[in-house]
Design a protein around this ligand. Structure first.
Ligand SMILES: *[C@@H]1O[C@H](CO)[C@@H](O)[C@H](O)[C@H]1NC(C)=O
Ligand SMILES: *[C@@H]1O[C@H](CO)[C@@H](O)[C@H](O)[C@H]1NC(C)=O
Length: 280
């Protein structure tokens, strides 16, 4: 057997790519290639079609208004303002402007959306004390006014420093939004704050504005696509005479039917725990 030369190889390759006798390209005739390409074209078109069809079906079942899959309506969590530097630690020195100014700015920024004028322009007056159910057919839902002036001493209107400059700080509580949730299932849920440990007399004279409840008229929430101007209700807590010079662990919690506020593994379920440390 003679050794195949480079020339043989190139000739065979050329013949493989195009054989003039049999009119085959890479071992197949034009007709054969055409059939193969056609087969794959049909196959892939079919697969792509299947994929698009499945997506379409999934999207049909999704509503922009409510999540499709919810195993249960979880009870709400609570957060506070001021919230800066990602801690729930409010510590300042009354005599040191720069120590409390960031808290004041944070609250002021948050309350801008609650300006009376803004609320009057965007939202309607609702009847307090009962849920505000809206017609299923209305795509866009109305929202109830929540005016910052109702937070009185904590509104930032009379006292622009929310009490921080005189050592009587305001803390604002808000509840997480849950679509369709009716807090309290008929009975308004209330708010209370107390010391986690220590002498209760270290935390006297707490005031709540507008009231120590979340009014039912702000519920149910219909989701951000439907409830475009929704304004979350707030409860401001005014700590008027707390013990100075020591860190107080304060828990503010929701109370009412269906509320969970003592679950050890979640410090924000139905409650919020923060420290308050005021120095003269
Ligand atoms: C939402 O607020 C805007 C003004 O910011 C107002 O024009 C609009 O009518 C409001 N929409 C609803 C549904 O209340
Ligand atoms: C709590 O503080 C008050 C006033 O400082 C004091 O009279 C009272 O004995 C204290 N109670 C406890 C349980 O320490």
């Amino acid at each position: 057997m003679s050794k195949r030369t480079w020339g043989d190889f190139v000739r065979d390759l050329k013949l493989f790519l195009w054989n003039p006798e049999t009119r085959q390209c890479m071992g197949r005739t034009a007709r054969s290639w055409g059939l193969i390409l056609f087969f794959y074209l049909v196959l892939y078109t079919f697969l792509a079609g299947m994929f698009v069809f499945c997506l379409y079906i999934v999207f049909l079942t999704l509503s922009p208004h409510t999540p499709t899959y919810r195993d249960r309506v979880a009870p709400p969590g609570v957060t506070i303002r001021p919230y800066i530097k990602h801690t729930f630690n409010i510590a300042f020195k009354i005599s040191q402007f720069s120590s409390w100014q960031p808290y004041v700015e944070n609250i002021e920024e948050f309350l801008k959306a609650y300006d009376d004028k803004v609320q009057e322009d965007k939202n309607i007056k609702c009847t307090a004390g009962r849920y505000f159910f809206q017609d299923e057919k209305e795509k866009i839902k109305k929202s109830c006014q929540f005016k910052r002036s109702t937070l009185r001493a904590c509104s930032g209107l009379a006292d622009q420093n929310f009490g921080y400059s005189i050592g009587q700080p305001c803390v604002i509580l808000k509840m997480n939004r849950i679509i369709g949730y009716q807090p309290g299932y008929g009975n308004p849920i209330t708010v209370s704050c107390n010391l986690q440990k220590g002498n209760e007399s270290d935390l006297p004279a707490i005031q709540f504005y507008p009231h120590a409840t979340f009014d039912p008229m702000y519920f149910p929430y219909y989701g951000k696509f439907a409830h475009v101007n929704y304004t979350q209700p707030l409860v401001a807590v005014h700590f008027k005479n707390v013990k100075k010079g020591q860190a107080l662990n304060i828990q503010c919690q929701l109370n009412g039917r269906g509320i969970i506020n003592n679950y050890n593994n979640d410090r924000f379920l139905g409650r919020v725990i923060f420290t308050l440390n005021i120095e003269d």
